[in-house]
Design a binder for this molecule. Sequence first.
Ligand SMILES: [Zn+2]
Length: 274
Amino acid sequence: MHKKLSVFLVGTSLFLSVAACSSNTKPSASPPAMADTVKMKLTAEETDTLSAERLLGKINPSKEENFVRIPPQYTDKSNIYLHKDAYQAFLRMAEAAAAEGFFLQIISATRTFADQKRIWENKWTGKQKVEGQDLSQTIPDPAQRAMKILEYSSMPGTSRHHWGTDIDLNALNNSYFASGKGLKIYEWMQQHAPSYGFCQVYTEKGPARPHGYNEEKWHWSYIPLAADLLTHYARQISYQDISGFKGAEVAEKINMIPNYVQGIAPACKDWKEE
Ligand SMILES: [Zn+2]
């Protein structure tokens, strides 16, 4: 294994390539340090009991024994949760960032199927306008309407936020991260987040990531857990499971699973188990 590839080894058998996490901007001057404290993977017990409900976000995070509530020190929300391993890794990362003057604030973490259904259906029905439009009027075609909503919001049952592994940091717009303090934070994240297990899954779209959600510089995924969840998603979830909300019938037509669920930055996906 070559350090130049920004690969970090945890334990003895698992490693993650993170090079493409920074592929859309200046490469880091040096590879992230190895993180011997990053805990890999779900426990065997969790994996054994990993249900379709868990993968689809049909959970109550406050009742999940492996989830923790994020304290007010790190979020402006009153009642949001993360898987404890993702939270502990975030804490280490946030403390390191703070030491360099960068405040990482979690503005979204676990969102349930019900949370996502509310967001999605508000846009689907026009209750919430998208780009100033009532999409139920301006885009009558269901597949087209879903594609429009997907520019901003994920479809219920397909969001990584269901898993307790993913966080949105500081601001939900790329422009915040394009200059000033936001740019400095983003550059710090690109250089250091991988060594804490976090990867920017929705990088700029292009040949390496042709489909799926638009770039989200605020969305970071705790790969040591999320990689397992994605693997289980691929095995266990079919389009029949993506149901129970308005517009669900177009999920297969628009290739939700290969293009969106699997449509993440290649480096974030590039898990190897030996
Ligand atoms: Zn997000």
